[in-house]
Design a protein around this ligand. Structure first.
Ligand code: NAP
Length: 266
């Protein structure tokens, strides 16, 4: 089996990287950055986002597992003290693979510039670089609303505990192949009106955002943020691709939610 380790690059994560690497090499596994079967991410959820994007071209072949060196994470849910147990389970292939839905992001441009395509593990958000964002929201090609405000965010179920939650989105179990649109500070008065509630869309629905004023937007895809110019539309769909996590023990989503946001003393 081939493995690769992604570290947050702090002292503890780098020390654990060397420890895990030594263990796994000792078990006869091969350290391979190009074609790993399993990627250990040591750091936080943010570190796992980086690992995901590094290997997003080979999701069918690479599974991920995260060790947290800060607070408990949603993707990084192993403690540093469990590293020995974890590497033994990896070496013996004693794990199941669970799959989570992803978000397809397509940015279409004016003129004949080719569209760009991205996969998001957490979410994609759209903001205007300087003024209020004004976007027409189309659901399944039908006009739904004209949004005015700070921005819009489309999240995956596993991303619902991240940016989407800060926007007042619901927490969505990752077994539901869906995407969730949340508003950031929408302007609502007698003239301007949006639905004002997060929308959870199933995997056969499509959401298109069409610029009304300027054609330039700040678009984020997880930790990546880029200015896109001359945008014609931004399309969101639940992806047909999925991310695979190696699961060594049951750790239910709602338990992770409780441990992260309410109380982790059992
Ligand atoms: P960052 O600003 O360094 O970290 C943002 C925080 O989000 C970190 O505490 C990270 O956890 C946490 N996080 C990431 N994915 C999560 C998930 N699925 N569930 C719960 N928490 C999660 O940025 P980054 O590390 O590059 O991560 C980019 C992510 O930041 C974006 O995908 C977005 O979700 C999030 N973000 C949130 C807000 C907000 O809530 N207002 C604003 C911008 C971006 P760790 O500490 O474990 O890494």
């Amino acid at each position: 089996m081939r493995f690769w380790i992604q570290s947050r690059n702090d002292e503890l994560s780098n020390r654990l990287l060397l420890e895990a690497k030594d263990y796994l090499l000792g078990f006869g596994l091969i350290f391979d950055e190009d074609e790993p079967d399993i990627v250990l991410s040591i750091g936080g959820d943010g570190t796992l986002l980086h690992a995901f994007h590094k290997y997003s071209h080979r999701l069918k072949k690479t599974a991920f597992v995260g060790i947290h060196t800060g607070h408990l994470g949603f993707y990084a849910d192993w403690k540093p003290s469990e590293i020995e147990k974890l590497v033994i389970s990896i070496a013996r292939k004693e794990y199941d693979v669970i799959e989570y839905p992803l978000l397809d992001v397509t940015i279409n441009y004016q003129g004949d510039r080719e569209s760009l395509h991205y996969l998001a593990l957490n979410e994609s958000s759209v903001k205007s670089p300087d003024v209020t964002l004004v976007m027409d929201v189309l659901l399944n090609d039908k006009h739904f609303e004209r949004f005015r405000g700070d921005g819009l965010c489309m999240s995956t179920p596993s991303g619902s505990t991240a940016y989407s939650k800060s926007n007042g989105g619901a927490l969505v179990h990752p077994s539901l192949p869906s995407m969730q649109l949340t508003e950031m500070a929408s302007i609502n008065n007698r003239v301007f009106r949006t639905v004002g509630s997060p929308l959870v869309l199933p995997d056969h629905h499509k959401c298109i955002l069409k610029p009304v004023n300027g054609p330039d937007f700040m678009v984020t895809v997880d930790h990546l943020q880029l200015l896109h110019e001359d945008v014609k539309s931004i399309e969101y769909e639940v992806s047909s691709e999925r991310v695979r996590f190696a699961r060594f023990r049951p750790f239910p989503f709602w338990k992770r939610v409780r441990d992260s946001f309410i109380d982790n003393n059992d």
